[in-house]
Write a protein that binds this ligand. Structure first.
Ligand code: DHB
Ligand code: MG
Length: 225
């Protein structure tokens, strides 16, 4: 008997086969990331296409990613941008950032993607101080700071900005109010914060697929902040 998770993984393979064409660019990013020993936490091909689709639906031209890892989602999102588009991404780990920078250049996005090496919060505070504004923001760094990243992301938003926060379900761990896991406490702090927000439309999708059981939260800024 296949478990639900095994079935979902097989279904992901089927959907990739049916809906996504060959993708030598993202395949190369994934292969180089794996060869460099990066953790296998990149979004799946179908999730990458979901992010790319959201960017097109929003008509976004300025994208912020918080947490780059090997550059898989950054490249997928940058591809969805218009020619004058710009994507800023952050990576705290120097060696990971070297792998990502090489992947980004190899993919042909060295101009469109700016990778900043360092703690995401430093980069965010600097951009808040400079009154930078983004059309689309993907939060995917350490989950401990999910609440703080959402807080800063809202300061970098305008009416219509869409913010997507990854990994908000954690195999259902999110509903464990007594969890001692810092990432779950971080995600729960984000929801506690979200609950008090006004002028922000929000929803979340649980996902089950190639990367297991998790989910994404979506926030769309509706009123000037
Ligand atoms: C983890 C982080 C991620 O961004 C992800 O998509 C999956 C797992 C993790 O740290 O466990
Ligand atoms: Mg993630």
């Amino acid at each position: 008997m296949m478990t639900v998770l095994q079935t979902a993984q097989a279904v992901d393979a089927y959907l990739e086969d049916m809906m996504l064409g060959d993708d030598p660019i993202l395949d190369a990013v994934a292969a180089a990331s794996e060869a460099a020993g990066l953790v296998p936490h990149a979004v799946t091909p179908l999730q990458a296409e979901f992010l790319a689709m959201l960017i097109k639906v929003c008509g976004a031209s300025r994208v912020l990613e918080i947490g780059c890892l090997g550059g898989y989602s950054a490249v997928a999102m940058a591809r969805a941008l218009p020619d004058d588009g710009y994507l800023l991404t952050t990576e705290i780990d120097t060696r990971t950032a070297e792998v990502a920078q090489a992947n980004i250049e190899e993919a042909g996005f060295g101009e469109r993607i700016e990778l900043r090496v360092g703690p995401a919060m430093e980069v965010l505070l600097e951009h808040v101080a400079n009154e930078a504004v983004f059309d689309f923001i993907f939060i995917d760094a350490d989950k401990v700071n999910h609440r703080n990243y959402l807080d800063q992301a809202l300061k970098l938003s305008k009416v219509g900005t869409l913010i997507v926060a990854d990994n908000v379900i954690r195999e259902g761990g999110v509903i464990d109010e007594n969890s001692s896991e810092n990432s779950i406490r971080g995600v729960r702090a984000m929801f506690d914060f979200a609950r008090e927000l006004e002028g922000v439309q929000m929803t979340a999708l649980q996902t089950l697929g190639a990367k297991g059981y998790d989910g994404m939260a979506l926030f769309r800024v509706e009123a000037a902040r």
